[in-house]
Design a protein around this ligand. Structure first.
Ligand SMILES: Nc1ncnc2c1ncn2[C@@H]1O[C@H](COP(=O)(O)OP(=O)(O)OP(=O)(O)O)[C@@H](O)[C@H]1O
Ligand SMILES: [Mg+2]
Length: 465
C-alpha cells in the first residue's frame, strides 16, 4: 500500500503532539499528587497548632489553671472548630472513642476499635495512615494532657483517597480534552495538508497524464509564488524543452525519410525502365550506383548529426593548429583544381577533436569548391584572437546573400537562387555547426576579402594542460 505524503505528515504531527500531550498529563498528575501530599501534611500541622492555641486560651481564661475535664474541653473544641471538606475530627478519652464532629464524615473511623487502640497509644503528635470504607485516610493524632488524669487524644483525619479522586477526575478531564483536541488537530491537519499538497498532487496527476498520453502540449497552471508554484514552473519549463526537442526530432525524422525516398524513387524508376540493351544497362547501372552512393552519404551524415547530440561525440586530444590548417589544404587539393592557399596559421596547441575539426573544414572546402570554378581562389586559415580560436575557409565564389546566412546552417537546406547545383543533401553545414557547438563554439558566414563567402568556425581557446 502506498502511504501518501498527506498521511505521513498528519501521522508524524499526531505522534509528536500525542507524546507532548502524554508528557503534559503525566507531569500534571505527579505535580497535583505531590501538592496534595504537601497540603494534607500542612493541614495536619495546622490542626495541631490550632488545638494548642485553643488549650492555651482556655488555660488563660481560667486564670492559669488547666481544665480538669478533658472530655469537655475537647467537646467544646469540636463545637467551635468545624472540619474542612473530606475531613473529620474525633476524640479519644481513656483509650475509647469519645466525641465526633457534628458534620457526618464519609466513613466512621471512631467505630474501628483496632484503629482507636492504635491511635490511643500515641504519646506525642504523630501522623499515620489507615484504611477505611472511604479509602485510605491520613491521620494525625494529638495527645492532650490537662489536669484530668485520663489520657486523651484529638484525631484529625483527612480522607486522602477522596481528595485524590478529585485529582484523578481533573486529570481525566484534561486527558479527554487533550485527546479531543488531538483529534481536532488531526482533522484540521488532514485538511490543511490536503490543501497544501493539492498542487503537488496536481503536478503528479498531470505528469502521469502526460506520460500516459505522450501529449506534451499540456501545461500546469502556475498560481502564487511558493515552492509548489516554482515546482510547477520548473515542470512546465521541462515540458517546453521536451516538446521542442521532440518537435526537432520529429522534423529530423520526417526530413530524413523524405530525403531518402527521393533516391529510392529514382533507383526504382531506372530499374523499371531498364531494357535488354547492354549499353542501356551499363548506363542505368552507373546511375543507380551513383544514387546509392548519394544515399550512403546521406545516411552517414545523418548518423554523424545524430551522434553529435550524444555525449562522447568528441574525442579530445592535443591539436596543433598550424599542422591542422596545412594538412586540411593538402587534403582539399584533391577536391578540385583551384588556387589553394594557406592564408594564416596560428602557432597554438589546443585541446580539441582533430578528426572532427578536419571533417568540418573539409565540408567547408567541398562547399567552396562547389561554388567556384577552375582557377578560382580558396584560402584556409587559423588564428587565435583573445580567448577564441578561429578556423576559416574563404572563396572567391558568389558568396551567400545576407538573408540566407542563418538559414543555410539548417538540415536539408540547400540551393539558394544563386546556387545552380542540386547535388548535395544540405547536411554539410549542419554537421559543421554540430561539430563547432560540440566544441562549445559556433560557425557563421560573412563576406570574404577575396570576393566570395568566408565561413568561420569559432571555438573557445582551451589550451592543453
Ligand atoms: N561557399 C559557399 N558559397 C556560397 N554558398 C554556399 C557556400 N557553402 C554553402 N553554401 C550554400 O549553403 C547551402 C547549404 O550548404 P550545405 O553544405 O549545408 O549543403 P550542400 O553543400 O548543398 O549539401 P551537402 O554538403 O550535404 O553535400 C548550399 O546549398 C549553398 O546554397
Ligand atoms: Mg556542403
Amino acid at each position: 500500500m502506498r502511504v501518501t505524503a498527506r498521511a505521513r505528515i498528519v501521522g508524524w504531527m499526531l505522534l509528536v503532539a500525542g507524546i507532548a500531550l502524554a508528557v503534559a498529563v503525566f507531569a500534571t498528575w505527579t505535580f497535583l499528587l505531590k501538592r496534595l501530599d504537601d497540603r494534607v501534611n500542612a493541614e495536619l500541622e495546622n490542626e495541631v497548632e490550632k488545638l494548642r492555641g485553643y488549650v492555651r486560651t482556655q488555660v488563660a481564661a481560667r486564670g492559669g489553671r488547666p481544665p480538669d475535664d478533658v472530655s469537655r474541653l475537647l467537646a467544646d473544641y469540636l463545637a467551635v472548630n468545624a472540619p474542612d471538606r473530606w475531613e473529620t475530627f474525633f476524640t479519644i478519652v481513656d483509650g475509647a472513642a469519645d466525641k465526633i464532629t457534628a458534620v457526618a464524615p464519609p466513613a466512621r473511623l471512631d467505630t474501628d476499635d483496632g484503629l482507636v487502640r492504635r491511635l490511643a497509644a500515641a504519646t506525642r503528635p504523630t501522623a499515620t495512615w489507615a484504611e477505611s470504607e472511604a479509602g485510605t485516610v491520613r491521620l494525625a493524632v494529638i495527645p492532650v494532657r490537662v489536669a484530668d488524669p485520663r489520657p486523651a487524644h484529638l484525631v484529625v483525619a483527612v480522607f486522602y483517597d477522596r481528595q485524590r479522586e478529585e485529582i484523578v477526575d481533573a486529570v481525566r478531564v484534561l486527558a479527554i480534552a487533550g485527546v479531543a483536541a488531538l483529534g481536532l488537530a488531526g482533522a484540521a491537519g488532514w485538511l490543511v495538508a490536503g490543501r497544501v499538497l493539492a498542487p503537488v498532487r496536481l503536478v503528479r496527476q498531470t505528469a502521469e497524464a502526460i506520460s500516459d498520453s505522450s501529449d506534451l502540449t499540456r501545461r500546469l497552471e502556475v498560481t502564487g509564488n511558493d515552492d509548489v508554484a516554482a515546482l510547477a514552473a520548473t515542470f512546465n519549463h521541462m515540458l517546453d524543452r521536451l516538446e521542442r526537442a521532440f518537435a526537432v526530432q520529429r522534423e529530423f525524422v520526417d526530413d530524413a525519410g523524405h530525403e531518402l525516398r527521393t533516391p529510392i524513387t529514382v533507383i526504382r524508376g531506372h530499374l523499371e525502365l531498364m531494357g535488354d540493351d547492354p549499353e542501356d544497362r551499363a548506363q542505368t547501372l552507373a546511375l543507380v550506383t551513383d544514387e546509392l552512393d548519394r544515399m550512403n552519404r546521406i545516411v552517414d551524415d545523418l548518423l554523424t548529426l545524430a551522434k553529435a547530440e550524444q555525449p562522447g561525440f568528441l574525442s579530445i586530444e592535443q591539436v596543433e593548429l598550424a599542422d591542422l590548417t596545412v594538412s586540411v589544404v593538402a587534403k582539399a587539393r584533391a577536391l578540385g583544381d583551384r588556387k589553394w592557399r594557406v592564408e594564416q596559421v596560428a602557432e597554438e596547441r589546443i585541446a580539441a577533436d582533430r578528426q572532427r575539426l578536419t571533417q568540418a573544414l573539409m565540408q567547408l572546402a567541398a562547399n567552396a569548391v562547389r561554388h567556384t570554378r577552375d582557377g578560382d581562389e580558396i584560402a584556409v586559415g587559423s588564428a587565435v584572437r583573445g580567448g577564441t580560436v578561429e578556423l576559416w575557409v574563404s572563396d572567391s565564389g558568389p558568396g551567400v546573400p545576407p538573408e540566407d546566412r542563418e538559414r543555410i546552417f539548417g538540415r536539408f537546406v540547400r540551393g539558394g537562387p544563386r546556387s545552380g547545383s542540386q547535388d548535395g543533401a544540405g547536411l554539410g553545414l549542419a554537421i559543421v555547426r554540430s561539430i563547432a557547438r560540440a566544441h562549445g563554439g559556433d560557425v557563421h558566414v560573412e563576406d570574404a576579402p577575396i570576393g566570395g563567402a568566408r565561413f568561420v568556425i569559432t571555438i573557445p581557446l582551451r589550451e592543453v594542460a
